[in-house]
Structures are given as C-alpha cells and as structure tokens.
Design a binder for this molecule. Structure first.
Ligand code: SF4
Ligand code: SF4
Length: 298
C-alpha cells in the first residue's frame, strides 16, 4: 500500500455529520462528530457519545422499526444500524446499559472525502468534534492532509473542537494540517475540573498555551454552571490567563442548560442571561476580549 492509499484507508467511528453549521467555527461548516470521549462530564449534552458500543445486542429487540441487527465483522459480533429504517426515536439510547449508541458508522478518509465533496461548494470549512475528536488522531490527520492536498477542497479551513486533553506529541502531528482549534476550559481549579469531568486540567492548559504559541487557538469556551464552575471565584487568575492569549483568540461564554443531560446535573441550576452578563462584565473590567455571548438561553 502506498502513502496515498494508506491515508485514504484510515477510519474513524462517526456518530453524526451535520452538513451545515454556523456555530462550530468560522463561516459555514460541515461538522463531523466522532464517537468516544476520555472525559465523563456530568453536564454532557450528548452522554451517549462517551462510551463505545460493545455489541451486547440488548437494544436490538427494543427497536420499533427493526433498524438494528447483529452481524459479524472479522469473526466478531457487531451491531448493524440501518439508517434508512431508523425513525430516530432514541429508544436504543435509553435502554443501552453502557449509555452508548448503536447509531454510529465507520468512515474511511476516502468515504468522508466523498461526503465533503458533495457539500464543498456551499461551506467554508470542516470541523471535527466529538465525543473527543483527538482520540481518533490518525483519521483527523489523514483527512485534513488529504483536504489540504486536494485542488478541489483546499479552500476549506480545517478546525478541531476539543476538550484539550491531547498531549504535545499529538498536537505536533496535527499542527501542520489544522487552521485552528476551539478548546473547552471547563473550570479553573483542578478539584472543580475533576469533579465535573473526572480528569484534571493540566493538559488543557498545556494545549491552550501550545496552540496559542502556534497561532492556532481560534476559541476558548467557558461553560458557566452557577454554583458548580469556579470562573467567578477565580476571576482574577482566569482573566490574567485569558489576557495573555493572542488578541485574535475568541473567548466564548456558554450558558449551562438541561437539554440532553442525565443524572445529578439535572438538579443543577441553569445559567441565566443575567448570570452570563455578570461574568462577561467581570471579564471585560479585567481587559478580556473579544467576548462572545450566547445568542439563546434555552
Ligand atoms: S433510534 Fe432508530 S435504531 Fe434506535 S430504537 Fe429508535 S428506530 Fe431503532
Ligand atoms: S448500543 Fe448499547 S445496548 Fe446496543 S449493542 Fe451497543 S452496548 Fe449493547
């Protein structure tokens, strides 16, 4: 297999593709959501994208449209999802003991390029999100490399939406092929970050610094959860850090809502417009800009 064939044959497990989005990076974008995450955020809006399906088969008989069946791939059981039969009722998600989903599809880079080619003239770029996108690093690198070397597609910007947990070696592999990254900073203090996500945030700060040094930090996202996140109690340290980032980096404030969340986060207070505006004015007073505020609070 030559280099090009090797690039085109890399695969990723994809949970969703949105053909057009204007909130996942600059301009109009095709967004690819990859399955699987290394965080276990209590506030996750798509908790079924965290774990991988283990093909137990429990969801098959619950599907009202017979869209699910068991098949065999390489001698191993594998769940088969027929998207043409699926009514998107989400019963399979509610019965899955792993809180996973059978509604995923493996794409090779070659197959994904075909999808992108169908929409290439209507969009300005591609964003890979998740789950945690960077867990499928080889696919991202191969796809973006193929886009950058394609006469037909090289006008598309290539962005990553990430929780920032990738190590430096991983980012070094991606840096030549990405135009920017959107990174979540889920809290300032380690304890708060561990409480929300199950992991500490040392790597997130390292990622933010590395990406900003290479001028690839498009956006930092702060999700305000009243009484849970610590952005207001740590406002001086937070603002001092944010003002040292490149002036082109957008600081986006998001307001926690209950949509899609499960478990104890359903009892957490949602974030109001007043709450976001208070945080925004505290950051502005300390020189943080440009700030992007939510357009809706539902
Ligand atoms: S979402 Fe689709 S696959 Fe899942 S149970 Fe409903 S119809 Fe079946
Ligand atoms: S989606 Fe869940 S219930 Fe269905 S086969 Fe996979 S692990 Fe089992």
């Amino acid at each position: 297999m030559n280099n090009r064939q090797s690039t085109l044959s890399k695969t990723a497990l994809v949970s969703q593709i949105i053909n057009f989005s204007c909130v996942d990076g600059p301009g109009s974008r095709l967004v690819i959501f990859l399955q699987g995450c290394n965080y276990n955020c209590k506030n996750c809006h798509n908790p079924h994208t965290i774990d991988m399906c283990d093909s137990c088969g429990d969801c098959i008989t619950h599907c009202p449209t017979q869209a699910l069946s068991m098949t065999s791939i390489g001698g191993k059981d594998a769940i088969r999802w027929d998207s043409d039969l699926c009514s998107e009722c989400d019963t399979c998600l509610s019965v899955c003991p792993r809180q996973s989903t059978p509604k995923t599809r493996e794409y090779s880079v070659a197959q994904m390029l075909e999808v992108i080619q169908q929409h290439g003239s209507f969009i300005s770029g591609i964003t890979i999100s998740g789950g945690e996108a960077t867990l499928q690093l080889h696919f991202i690198k191969a796809l973006f490399k193929a886009i950058k070397s394609s006469e037909e597609l090289q006008h598309l910007s290539c962005m990553i939406d990430s929780n920032g947990s990738l190590n430096e070696t991983g980012w070094q592999k991606l840096l030549p092929y990405i135009d920017g990254a959107m990174i979540d900073l889920k809290s300032w203090q380690q304890e708060t970050h561990r409480y929300i996500t199950g992991r500490d945030n040392h790597k997130v700060f390292r990622s933010l610094n590395l990406l900003s040094q290479h001028n690839k930090l498009y956006e930092v996202r702060l999700l305000q959860i009243p009484g849970v996140t610590d952005f207001e109690s740590e406002i001086d340290a937070l603002a001092s850090f944010l003002t040292r980032l490149p002036s082109s980096t957008r600081i986006k404030l998001n307001a926690f809502q209950h949509h899609g969340v499960t478990g104890e986060a359903l009892a957490w207070q949602t974030c109001s417009e007043d709450n976001i505006e208070r945080l925004a004015s505290q950051l502005t007073e300390r020189g943080v800009k440009p700030l992007i505020l939510p357009s809706v609070y539902i």
